[in-house]
Design a protein around this ligand. Structure first.
Ligand code: PLP
Length: 459
């Protein structure tokens, strides 16, 4: 290509209006929401970077495919198309649709995990951790040392620390480790990729102990792209072939189709073990629906099937990863601490480094996220002690490993000028970092408290 600008490989076909509420309206919204950005109405937000999950724009091919949806309760044509696409991509024989990723996790862990067990992962995503813990099991994070150092530039900071994995299995006892999971890309660890070499090393440990290996593969295509551009030997391999190789290393996967499925809803559990699949389908019928729709409409299955085909397109992935890096670089070049290098789907601001005067139990990342909304109507999400810390009776919370604000970029949704605006807001807010104060939680749920907690600013 003669020109350096990587343009969006699509044009806008349908638009939705967005608006910035005035300062008073934003302040009132924050108070009503208990300073929890999950409590805002989406119309109160101008640029919504809360999540990249289910928020992307579908292609006209996906919308057209939805018109072909077969809504038969059993044996729908749309299911068989979905199954064929997922089998071709993953190579797994048992394909179980679910309404989203956490439903696949819930079913897998109900089948495979018992009280007192341990599930290692590079970094458990919040729903994954909660579903493991809900079974009375321990969710242990074994991400490599590089992955715990936000500022460090390294190509595969999502890699599993193989020695930590081995030590976890030895300490807990092999019979107490029913499966090992690897999250690609590692969302809660900064959207960082896992190398093929590391996946093979995890597989070798799993083989040594006879433990099944599963991928949390919500962002498999973004991970495949990072392997292509960063790992030796993959430059000439297509993203789809790389993804197929990643899946071939594991025994199964849970997927939220709301990410690299390019769909607004959906997910699946895919695996080779027929006995586990049988039990999973029985649970599916109880909680999600008949195995050929799994809580989804036939048209959703069509949208996901087309999305899974579109997401491995090289031009899309090049644009996707580059546009995330564009925001990350704007912020980094302004001297604002972020997780480096840029993750696949999001930019992660390092609130612990930006707000050293706010201790973890006063939620620095929450304070920063609230301020981005207050200043510019931009909604990100706290990934820190509100999300992952532990409440302790009468004592400050046990802190999370990192205090991050994630700005997740919905797929094919915002233009470069939207992103330039976000960069301006972040730089403005960061220039007033020393004035920011912490928060305290006044109401919280026993699980996944960040979704519904109410907070109050400290004086
Ligand atoms: C790595 C990872 N795993 C699991 C999930 C859960 O998926 P869902 O929101 O569809 O339940 C997410 C969602 O963001 C995720 O990022």
């Amino acid at each position: 290509m003669a020109y350096k600008t990587i343009i969006e490989p699509f044009r806008v076909h349908t638009v939705q209006a967005i608006d910035l509420p005035d300062q008073d309206a934003r302040e009132a919204a924050l108070i009503r929401a208990g300073f929890n950005l999950f409590g805002l109405h989406a119309d109160e937000v101008i640029i919504d970077l809360l999540t990249d999950s289910g928020t992307g724009a579908m292609s006209s091919k996906q919308w057209a495919g939805m018109m072909l949806g077969d809504e038969s309760y059993a044996g729908s044509r749309s299911f068989y198309r979905f199954e064929e696409v997922v089998k071709d991509l993953t190579g797994y024989s048992e394909i179980i649709p679910t309404h989203q990723g956490r439903a696949a996790e819930k079913i897998l862990f109900t089948v495979a995990v018992d009280e007192g067990d341990t599930v290692p992962n590079n970094t458990h995503f919040d729903t994954t951790r909660a579903n493991v813990e809900y079974r009375g099991a321990a969710a242990v994070d074994c991400v490599c040392a590089e992955g715990r150092d936000p500022a460090l530039e390294a190509p595969f900071k999502g890699d599993v620390d193989i020695e930590a994995l081995r030590a976890t299995i030895e300490e807990r006892g092999v019979e107490k480790v029913p499966l090992v999971m690897v999250t690609v890309t590692n969302n809660s660890g900064g959207g960082q990729p896992v190398s093929m070499g590391n996946l093979r090393a995890v597989r070798a440990v799993c083989d040594e102990y006879g433990i099944p290996m599963f991928l949390d593969a919500c962002r498999f295509a973004e991970n495949a792209w990072f392997i292509k551009i960063r790992e030796e030997g993959y430059a000439d391999v297509t993203p789809k072939a790389i993804a197929q190789e990643m899946f071939s290393i594991a025994d199964g996967c849970t997927v939220s189709a709301k990410k690299d499925g390019l769909a607004n809803i959906g997910g699946f559990l895919a695996l080779n073990d027929r006995e586990w699949a049988l039990q999973a389908r029985n649970l599916l019928i109880l909680t999600e629906g008949f195995p050929t729709y799994g809580g989804l409409a036939g048209y959703d299955l069509e949208a996901i099937a087309t999305g899974l085909e579109e997401v491995v397109d090289e031009k899309y992935l090049n644009y996707r990863i580059r546009s995330t890096a564009y925001l990350a670089d704007t912020i980094h070049e302004a001297g604002i601490p972020t997780v480096r290098p840029a993750g696949g789907h999001a930019v992660y601001l390092d609130a612990a480094a930006l707000l050293p005067h706010i201790p973890a139990h006063e939620y620095p990342a929450q304070a920063l996220a609230v301020e981005l909304y207050r200043a510019g109507g931009v909604r990100g999400v706290e990934i820190g002690t509100v999300m992952f810390g532990r409440a302790r009776d009468g004592e400050p919370d046990e802190p999370a490993a990192m205090e991050l604000v994630r700005l997740a970029i919905p797929r094919r949704m915002y233009t470069q000028s939207h992103i330039d605006y976000v960069g301006e807001v972040v730089i403005d807010v960061a220039s007033r970092a020393s004035e920011m104060r912490g928060y305290r939680i006044v109401e919280q749920a026993p699980w996944l408290r960040h979704f519904t907690a109410r907070l109050e600013p400290l004086g």
